[in-house]
Design a protein around this ligand. Structure first.
Ligand code: LLP
Length: 427
């Protein structure tokens, strides 16, 4: 569900025509819908409301301060994974008491900063890390709070590069070592470990991997409780998938909640969630313009002004993003954006960017209506891990980000300039 819709023959983001933004801001650019962002945040909070969860938006999916601010004002917490993300979440007005800090490689400086601002908890990923946090907190004369991230060894059935909860992944501590872990670190002076954290992967399209992981950690918590450890919260991580291809590809979060809430209702510990993509994914499109067309051997190429440096997901994960013209002709106007429907009088093309790599594509062998130079294309479901993973590769300034709210929009990150590209360099 989102607020990008075709009306009067063209694509709108809420009340603003995408073509108007392209004309005024230039292309390529990311366009976000505030209503879509809030809708998904509320959907997560509402679906799990019987558990009164703390929802911590995963900043890594899209950390623009303005998006984080919208969520912070709605009461959302934050899942951060670096000093930079912590800085962003605070700059957005986020409440440190609703911030959790995950990641296998937290540096001493990052740990110090997080303790200083009083985050809710570290999600601790190893024995070496817990000892380090305890040491640093001791030096600071403070008491840190943490949860143990356990690796439940379940298959999230997602891309190999983004599955995180299987034995042998670098994340967390193997679940069968968790009891020993709690025994070993029972009496730390400067660190209170009061929670359990899991994050099995992303995107997760099925509910069963969550059920399996949650069943395993419930059992673990029962064992730990039996041995006198007090577990005060369980953090279920993120990973809920979104519709990249067809409108019913991903389960709505309500379906995940239907399975998980009964398992967790009445438990004597609090629940946290860390969704990123589910909140930001459908909230953004990448708006790009056709520069050229060309034929090479059997292939038709549509060359656009956005490249893999702007959206790396297609080439990095073989991800599918629905691409469609901003102003399709009437016979190709699919109000439901159903990717299964082929365009009338269409053509099969690769939509590629200007970067000097054959992996620089946004869509491959895609049936699209015929386009020509100057036409605008929208790349949908690009709000998560789009701008966040963008780079200056080929010395391309990073593109602008725009936030639409009803019938108005604001540039929430200006397009970078050539001066920005060299600003940090010293001759
Ligand atoms: N919590 C932890 C500990 C995580 O590592 C992640 C994502 C999340 C929460 C949020 O997951 P989400 O709800 O957004 O699925 N770049 C990849 C995704 C990498 C996810 C990394 N961790 C992509 O574009 O698909």
């Amino acid at each position: 569900m989102d607020f990008f819709n075709y009306k009067n023959g063209e694509l709108f983001c809420e009340g603003v025509p995408a073509a108007k933004i392209a004309a005024e801001v230039g292309t390529a650019c990311y366009v976000y819908s505030k209503a879509t962002l809030l809708h998904h945040y509320r959907q997560v909070a509402d679906s799990f409301k019987e558990l009164n969860p703390t929802v911590c938006y995963s900043v890594k999916s899209n950390g623009n301060i303005n998006l984080c601010k919208v969520l912070a004002e709605a009461g959302c917490g934050f899942d951060v994974t670096s000093g930079g993300e912590l800085f962003r979440a605070l700059a957005a007005g986020g409440d440190p008491k609703k911030m959790i800090y995950a990641g296998v490689g937290k540096t001493d400086d990052e740990i110090r900063d997080a303790i200083n601002v009083g985050i809710a908890a570290f999600n601790i990923e190893s024995e070496a890390e817990i000892e380090n946090i305890d040491r640093i907190a001791g030096e600071m004369g403070k008491k840190a709070i943490g949860a143990l991230r356990v690796n439940p060894d379940v298959d999230a059935k997602t891309h190999a590069k983004t599955t995180t909860g299987r034995k042998g992944n670098k994340f967390g501590v193997d679940i069968d070592r968790a009891e020993t872990f709690f025994e070993t670190y029972r009496n730390l002076k400067n660190l209170h470990v009061g929670g359990i954290h899991i994050h099995i992967g992303s995107p997760v399209y099925e509910v069963q991997p969550y059920i399996d992981a949650v069943a395993k950690v419930i059992e673990l918590i029962d064992t730990l409780t039996g041995r006198g450890h007090k577990i005060e919260w369980l953090d279920l991580g993120g990973g809920f998938a979104v519709n990249y291809k067809t409108p019913d590809q991903a389960l709505p979060v309500t379906e995940h909640a239907k399975a998980l809430v009964p398992m967790l209702k009445g438990k004597p510990y609090k629940i946290a969630l860390e969704p990123g993509r589910y909140i930001s994914g459908n909230s953004g499109i990448l708006l790009t313009k056709v520069l050229y067309r060309k034929v090479s051997g059997p292939k038709n190429f549509v060359i656009v002004d956005a490249g893999m440096n702007d959206l790396i997901r297609p080439t990095l994960y073989e991800s599918y993003h629905h691409v469609w013209p901003v102003k399709p002709d009437a016979k190709n106007l699919f109000p439901d954006r159903n990717a299964d429907r082929l365009p009338v009088d269409g053509e099969v093309v690769d939509v590629v960017g200007p970067i000097c790599e054959s992996g620089d594509y946004l869509a491959k062998d895609r049936s699209l209506p015929k386009t020509q130079r100057g036409d605008l294309l929208a790349v949908f479901t690009a709000g998560a891990y789009g701008f966040a993973m963008s780079s200056n590769y080929n010395n391309r300034p990073r593109i602008a980000e725009v936030l639409v709210d009803g019938s108005t929009y604001k540039i929430i990150r200006r397009r970078e300039t050539y001066e920005d590209l060299v600003a940090a360099e010293r001759i």
